[in-house]
Design a protein around this ligand. Sequence first.
Ligand code: ZN
Length: 328
Amino acid sequence: MGSIMALGVNSPPPALTHGKPKRRIFIAGVNVETTFERIDMCGCEFPLLPEGTLITRPPSFQLDNEISTAEWTQWGKDELLSESTLCFDCVTEHPDPRTGEKARFMLRMALHVDEDRNGTAQFVVEALRKEARVYAQDLAMFQGNHVPIHYGLWVAKTSWGETAICSILEHAGFPFQLQGKYDTQERRDAFGALITDLHHRGISHRQLGKPHGARHLLWDAKQDRPRVIDFKLACIQHDCIRCLPLSRYDSAPLHYIRCSELIQVGRYLELFGTRCVDDDAEVQKAVVLLKDYEQKNGEKRGYAKEDALDFQRTWIQRQQHQLGGPGG
Ligand SMILES: [Zn+2]
C-alpha cells in the first residue's frame, strides 16, 4: 500500500498530525465506528462541523443512484468505485438542543485512495480537493444560501476500505425535476436568479445542462430555496458575456443572453417564451437601458460592466414583480 503522502499533486499533502478536528462516523454496513480527521488545506478555512457522531444511511453512487447492497458492501474491492465516489446521506446521532432537530449532511467518499489503480483514485481525490478549494475560496459568500456549507475533507484509515477520504457538506435538498414534486414557475425563476448571481461573481458551474442539470440543481424544502451542488468542474474566472440576466421572458432572447450556460439553464427550466424577440417590449427596453447606462457611465473611473448589468437586472425584476411576471 502506498502512502497518503502521494495524494497531493500541486498542493501540500494532508499531514496526519495530532490536534486536528476528529469526527466519529458510523457508516451503514460497517460494524465499527470510524474516526475521520480533518485534512489541512493550505489557504482554505472550513467552518466547524456541528458536534456529535454522524450516522449514515446506505450509500448511492455519485454517477448513478442505483447501487445494490451487494455492490456497496464490497467497499471498492471490486473496482466499481474507481471513477466515482460513494454518497452518504447522514445525520448527527442526537438532535441539536437549540433546534430539536438532527443536523443533516452529505458525504462523498473515495476509498482505497492509497492504492494506485491506474491513478483513478488519485483523480477522484484531486476532484474532491479542487471542489473543497472552490467552496472555501470562491463560494464562501454563497455557502449556506446558494450552495451548501462545506466542512472540509476528512481522512481515515479503515479496515474495510483502506484509506478513505470524504468531503462533508451540509445536506442541500433533493433534485429539482421539471413537473416533479417541487416544481413551480416561481421556483424555476429562483434558479434562474441563482445562476445569474453565480455568473455575476465570475463562477460558471459547467455541469448544468442535460443530463447533469437535474442532479446539480436541488430544491431545499427546509429552507424553501434553490441550491446548486458539485463544483468539481467549475470555472471561477468566468467572464460572462450576457447582455440580459437569466430570467423568465415572453420571448427567447438568446441573442442577448449570449452566455451558453445561462441559455442552457434557461432552456432546461423552460424560462423562454414563444413571442418574437423584436415584439418583446420588456427585452427591448432592458437592452436600451443597458446601452444607456454604459454610455453614461462607461468612461467613469471604477466603471464595471457588472454594475451596468445589475442596474438592468434590478429594473427587470421590478418590472416583473409589478406585472406578476411576463404575460401577467
Ligand atoms: Zn455567463
